[in-house]
Ligand binder design. Structure first.
Ligand SMILES: Cc1ncc(COP(=O)(O)O)c(C=O)c1O
Length: 402
């Protein structure tokens, strides 16, 4: 049989978080009680008023194709949100709605990358960025941002990574998987680097914007650097803020020629996002926002609980995340030790397998996020699950060490 698969797919990996989810389900089906710390979505339901808006859309016959870039009503609701919450002025014509933020990012790469064009991706990164770049013929340029610098890109590291082939920097704050949140000063310093590199564009993935804790605040880089307006794509969506991951609505706002091309791409691929979901997304953006604030307050409590319960667990070292809903501890202290079967754990992947096997706790290896030696624990989980999962981790790890 001749091979039908394009060569650029040789290097493409399946999403590890989707893989982990499938593994958890398989183990549960086999009867094992698993505490799932892999979860990358809110654990509470979509707010009632949003669900009602979806039902109303169905009943009112909003069940047909919409404009490729999204309904005028939703695009104008997004324009209102960007002005109100982010201090960004975008006309609806410069906003495109996609089937999730992921779709918008994917299409942005599809619309802009020539073969071999480079995209700078600070690591740790959301797992999908490098693969989305590679699928679209680009070259991911991963820049390691160590724990010692707060897992954050610095102007020096950025400067060092830029070449004549650079097309984009992808900046994700609050960050998945580390929870790092860039400060105003840090964003200003990074944006200043762009001044001497007019060929480089900025993509800001702001999907976790509402989940910031303590003194941390989310600021859109573009609001601080309006001089980058003609080369910045702001990406966001309703998945995380409104517990709407299954509705598949995300959006991008940027310069008109890019947005027109994204719209063209949508029209020739998905036609448009779901009309029903678009109506629900308007209710999410324009309706009461207390649910978002309540969720952020809850995540903060859960974050502190998980940090407290993992404190002093031998071999696991947590930094305090300022945002998102993940802990990204170092497990370097466990690598090199023997697991419960007496087999040496050579990497974070082995540690993840040990935690699943010996403790029944599912997590994701840091290697998948471009940062070996770490694991990702999600605290988008009930306090009971966090208590139980951490207690199991402590017991399993302590039994190795004692
Ligand atoms: C950093 C980041 N960006 C984008 C997305 C995708 O969000 P959406 O559900 O809107 O496609 C995720 C989902 O996990 C994410 O973690």
């Amino acid at each position: 049989m001749t091979n039908i698969i394009a060569r650029r797919f040789d290097q493409i990996k399946a999403s590890p978080s989707m893989g982990a989810k499938a593994k958890v389900e398989a183990l549960r089906t086999a009867g094992r009680r698993i505490v799932d710390f892999t979860i990358g979505e809110p654990d509470f339901p979509t707010p009632q008023h949003v669900v009602q808006a979806g039902i109303a859309a169905l009943l009112h016959g909003e069940t047909k194709y919409t404009a490729a870039a999204g309904t005028p009503a939703l695009r104008s609701a997004i324009a209102g949100k960007l002005a109100r919450e982010n201090g960004l002025e975008f006309s609806a014509s410069r906003i495109v709605v996609g089937c999730g933020a992921k779709h918008v990012i994917f299409n942005a790469f599809a619309a802009s990358l020539e073969a071999g064009d480079e995209v700078i991706i600070p690591a740790p990164y959301w797992v999908s960025y490098p693969d989305m770049v590679a699928i679209n013929g680009g070259t991911p340029v991963v820049v390691r941002c160590a724990e010692s610098i707060g897992f954050k890109l610095t102007p020096k590291l950025l400067e060092g990574a830029i070449t004549p082939r650079t097309r984009w920097l992808v900046l994700n704050s609050p960050n998945n998987p580390t929870g790092a949140v860039y400060t105003r000063a840090e964003l200003q310093a990074l944006c200043a680097v762009f001044k001497s590199h007019p060929h480089v564009w900025l993509l800001t993935d702001e999907i976790y914007e509402h989940f910031v804790y303590g003194k941390a605040e989310h600021v859109s880089a573009l609001a601080l650097a309006p001089y980058l307006a003609d080369r910045t794509l702001v990406v966001n969506g309703v998945s995380k803020a409104y517990a709407m991951t299954g509705w598949r609505i995300g959006y991008g706002a940027g310069p008109l020629p890019l947005m027109q091309t994204l719209s063209l791409l949508m029209s020739q691929s998905t036609t448009c996002p779901s009309a029903i979901s678009q109506s629900a997304a308007i209710a999410a953006l324009e309706g009461p926002q207390e649910g978002v604030m309540d969720a952020a307050a809850l995540y903060r409590i859960r974050r502190d609980l998980m940090l407290a319960r993992l404190k002093d667990v031998p071999g696991i070292h947590c930094t305090v995340p300022d945002g998102a809903f993940y802990l990204f501890p170092s497990v370097a202290g466990l690598v090199g030790r023997n697991d419960h079967r007496g087999v040496e754990m050579k990497s974070d992947v082995d540690v993840v397998n040990f935690l699943l096997d010996a403790a029944g706790v599912a997590s994701i290896d840091g290697s998948s996020y471009g940062m070996p030696g770490h694991v990702r624990f999600s605290f988008a989980n009930s306090a009971e699950e966090i208590e139980e999962g951490c207690q199991r981790i402590r017991a399993a790890v302590t039994s190795l060490v004692s």
